[in-house]
Design a protein around this ligand. Structure first.
Ligand SMILES: [Zn+2]
Length: 205
């Protein structure tokens, strides 16, 4: 998994009208995040998962069956004015490892071929991109963060390529199945190694 912002992201041209169909879902998800903002215990666990302090962590976006964070919601602008496009960020070491295994065995090439050959997957993947942008846009509005440098940037290679399964899996965990087809396929594929419904957490409390 890359630690840089840019490698998990891609650019496209997107206008506000394209996000409108996803605005209600975005608002509901931001409401959920704001209702339960990150607390000190969550931040401490994520710091141990990542091996660094999770700057700009707004909330836990998805939890393990045991309650520990699996993916976090990070604000669009980090303290210090650093744009951060990977709003849904995978933190579970078990999930990170499992996604890396799929990448190592050629999963990204397979999924890129699937995108190229299957129009319905391609359309769904593009919608996943728009849902990602709509969510971050709503988050940016609520937090007063600028999106100037990341407005059309989602994550993981969306909307046309698969470049980072960690970012796509994070979206599936945060937004649920049926949103990102490649994130869903990744989760199905690693279920023997990682699942949000089976605690395999190794991080110490
Ligand atoms: Zn767990």
């Amino acid at each position: 998994m890359t630690e840089t912002n840019t490698a998990q992201t891609t650019d496209t041209g997107t206008n506000a009208d394209a996000l409108a169909p996803f605005a209600d879902a975005a608002k509901a998800l931001v409401d959920r995040c704001m209702a339960e903002p990150a607390n000190e215990e969550d931040i401490a666990i994520v710091e141990r998962q990542l091996g660094r302090y999770p700057r700009g962590m707004v909330a836990v976006g998805a939890r393990c069956a045991c309650g520990r964070p699996l993916a976090v919601i990070t604000r669009p602008m980090l303290p210090g004015g650093i744009p951060f496009p990977t709003t849904c960020y995978l933190t579970s070491p078990e999930a990170v490892k499992a996604a890396s295994h799929v990448e190592a065995e050629g999963g990204m090439r397979e999924y890129n071929e699937l995108l190229a050959s299957d129009e319905s997957v391609r359309d769904a993947y593009h919608d996943a991109h728009l849902r990602y942008l709509a969510f971050r846009h709503e988050l940016a509005l609520r937090l007063g963060d600028s999106e100037e440098h990341i407005a059309d940037t989602s994550a993981g290679g969306m909307p046309t390529r698969v470049k980072c399964l960690h970012a796509l899996l994070a979206q599936t965990l945060v937004m649920g199945s049926g949103v990102n087809p490649i994130g869903d396929l990744t989760l199905e594929r690693i279920v023997g190694e990682f699942s949000p419904t089976v605690c395999r957490c190794s991080v110490e409390d």
